[in-house]
Design a protein around this ligand. Structure first.
Ligand SMILES: Nc1ncnc2c1ncn2[C@@H]1O[C@H](COP(=O)(O)OP(=O)(O)OP(=O)(O)O)[C@@H](O)[C@H]1O
Ligand SMILES: [Mg+2]
Length: 265
């Protein structure tokens, strides 16, 4: 896949406005996403994250502003933008009746790619689904389903992937199984724009984090830059209590099959 200008940012958003009747959801949104990076868009329910993703993926027209994706303008070059991206939303495209392998082969065939079986094998291996490949997707856990969904969206090697709340609805263990998959994508050069309401997800995954609030990006920076916004708190004595997530993972074992040992004090 070529881009209009390879040295431009993967995504450039300038002055986007979008209203639904008199509800002004986006009031002038600006940001850029560097190629091969993970950019997290953080915002509460109703902040406009999905609206923004729909505009970036050409599913929704904007009222004002400009957006280029892979160097192509979303309004002028929608076809080129669509060829450059894949989108996975909250509702997975996985067909329950088919096996994991069949789901992948089907998408590869729909995209007229040669060697669909080889593509499916490769993706099953990359997403740790080889053993489960011959089972109907209806038997998959939430984490496995989401990994299959992301694998399906990668068929055809789009340079840019949009993940709208990739781990919403998953339990903590399944969530942290999805994170390395996303990290690996970026390491291999794919640009990832994800939305999340989970602060720890942005903290673990993102190279840059932008906070969308009341229609604008109120902060945009690396985790270190965002942390500098608040002064460090001085404390004389700290007893670190385990978080609920620590307790949960200690009891059920983490994704690597190890049970976390925590010394009782
Ligand atoms: N097609 C539409 N028609 C009318 N209002 C809409 C439409 N789509 C979204 N909205 C409104 O725009 C606002 C932003 O919605 P959006 O789905 O983008 O938020 P979000 O940040 O993705 O929220 P969530 O975290 O719940 O997914 C909400 O107030 C929503 O009701
Ligand atoms: Mg949403």
């Amino acid at each position: 896949m070529t881009s209009a200008a390879p040295d431009t940012p993967a995504i450039r958003v300038h002055g986007i406005k979008k209203a639904f009747k008199d509800v002004h959801v986006l009031r002038g949104v600006d940001f850029e996403v560097t190629r091969g990076s993970i950019f997290a868009l953080l915002g509460s329910n109703g902040a406009g994250k999905t609206t923004l993703i729909r505009i970036l993926s050409t599913l929704l027209a904007l009222d004002a502003g400009t957006v280029t994706v892979n160097g192509f303008d979303v309004a002028m070059d929608a076809d080129k933008v669509r060829e450059s991206i894949s989108l996975t939303g909250q509702f997975a495209a996985v067909d329950d009746v088919l096996t994991g392998r069949e789901n992948l082969v089907l998408v590869a065939k729909l995209r007229h790619l040669s060697a669909p079986s080889t593509i499916a094998e490769d993706l099953l291996a990359r997403f740790a689904l080889t053993e489960a490949g011959n089972r109907a997707a209806s038997t998959y856990s939430g984490g496995m389903r989401r990994r299959l969904d992301i694998a399906m969206s990668l068929i055809g090697d789009p340079p840019i992937i949009f993940l709208d709340e990739p781990t919403t609805g998953l339990d903590p263990q399944a969530r942290i199984e999805v994170w390395p998959v996303v990290r690996k994508l970026a390491d291999q050069g794919t640009t990832v724009l994800l939305t999340t309401q989970h602060l720890d997800e942005a903290e673990h995954l993102a190279d840059r984090i932008a906070i969308l609030h009341e229609g604008v990006i109120v902060q945009n920076g690396t985790l270190a830059e965002l942390k500098k916004l608040l002064p460090a708190v001085e404390v004389e004595y700290v007893e670190k209590q385990p978080s609920l997530e620590d307790v949960f993972l200690a009891l059920v074992g983490d994704s690597r099959g190890e049970t976390i040992q925590r010394k009782a004090s």
